[in-house]
Design a protein around this ligand. Structure first.
Ligand code: IPD
Ligand code: CA
Ligand code: CA
Length: 277
């Protein structure tokens, strides 16, 4: 994989392990902090981003990102940071934290249960570790290169479905780009005996692929903060993903397909060039 990142002194296994422990702890702390405003969400002020009526943001998204960013800056001042709410800083650093403070904001503000905090880390241009914390269900999905994927203390592996007719596919789309690929994909999925859900949190659905709850996840365009942690989870659970970081995937997003190897092959061939869009 290409890397414009600075290559400094190689990180020691201890350096990486400290970051892995920090990601897990911080993701769950931040998610638990957001539980109280979630329960009192009637008083939340919610606004739209730009002219995107469906792209919501609340004070909880902003406050949670500020909290995570501050904790990371205290622990690892040399690391870069890319967050949904505050954008990127020091993106030429060897380690870059990629954070969605609340993924599933529409669920959060409407009292639905699918939202989480997602913290991923890139090292030398590679997704290296990630933690996805769902405080409503006390579930912390986490993974680090070479160390497996985990839900709390339980080891994860992807679903064994031989094809799309043997499980549930997760899907997502938004008004950003690529939506012209969505309806044809759903039609073909159903035609070939598949079925799908969309729960409103791309980060959680990618984690569910690692957990074997979903056979795969396809989204027409997703941002890196939604899936960087999940990419490590899926790989460590034995799954496959497309080259999400190609071109400017880190800062501009791309289509995403993650799945077990058999389902990946089938869905990738159904999607054709939609994955390059
Ligand atoms: C969104 C959710 C949604 C996905 C969108 C994301 P947000 O993130 O993950 O499921 O379909 O692509 O933007 O706005 O809730 O952080
Ligand atoms: Ca998100
Ligand atoms: Ca978000």
């Amino acid at each position: 994989m290409q890397s414009s990142q600075q290559r400094c002194t190689p990180l020691s296994p201890e350096d990486l392990q400290q970051r892995y422990a920090c990601a897990q702890e911080l993701a769950m702390q931040a998610a638990r902090r957001a539980l109280e405003p979630y329960r009192q969400r009637d008083s939340l002020v919610v606004s739209h981003k730009g002219d995107q009526l469906q792209d919501l943001v609340s004070i909880v998204d902003q406050d949670t990102e500020a909290y995570i960013k501050q904790r990371l800056a205290e622990r690892f001042p040399q690391d870069g940071f890319l967050g949904e709410e505050t954008g990127g800083a020091t993106l030429d650093a060897q380690c870059i934290w990629v954070v969605d403070p609340i993924d599933g904001t529409s669920c959060f503000v409407n009292g639905l249960h699918s939202w989480c905090v997602s913290i991923g880390l890139m090292v030398d241009g590679e997704p290296w570790l990630g933690a996805v914390a769902d405080a409503v269900h006390d579930e912390l999905f986490h993974a680090c290169n070479g160390q497996g994927a985990w839900l709390n203390q339980q080891r994860l592996s992807v679903h064994t479905a031989p094809d799309i007719a043997h499980g549930v596919m997760g899907v997502g789309t938004s008004h950003r780009r690529g939506k012209q690929h969505f309806i044809p994909f759903i039609a073909q999925l159903l035609e070939e005996g598949g079925t799908f859900i969309r729960n409103g949190s791309g980060a959680l659905m990618v984690a569910y692929v690692a957990a074997g709850r979903l056979i795969g996840y396809y989204e027409t365009h997703i941002n890196s903060w939604d899936c960087l942690a999940g990419l490590v989870l899926v790989k460590e659970a034995g799954g496959v993903s497309n080259d999400f970081l190609r071109n400017h995937g880190l800062t501009e997003g791309n289509p995403l397909l993650v799945a077990n190897p058999q389902v990946y092959a089938q869905v990738a061939s159904m999607l054709g060039n939609a994955l390059d869009a």
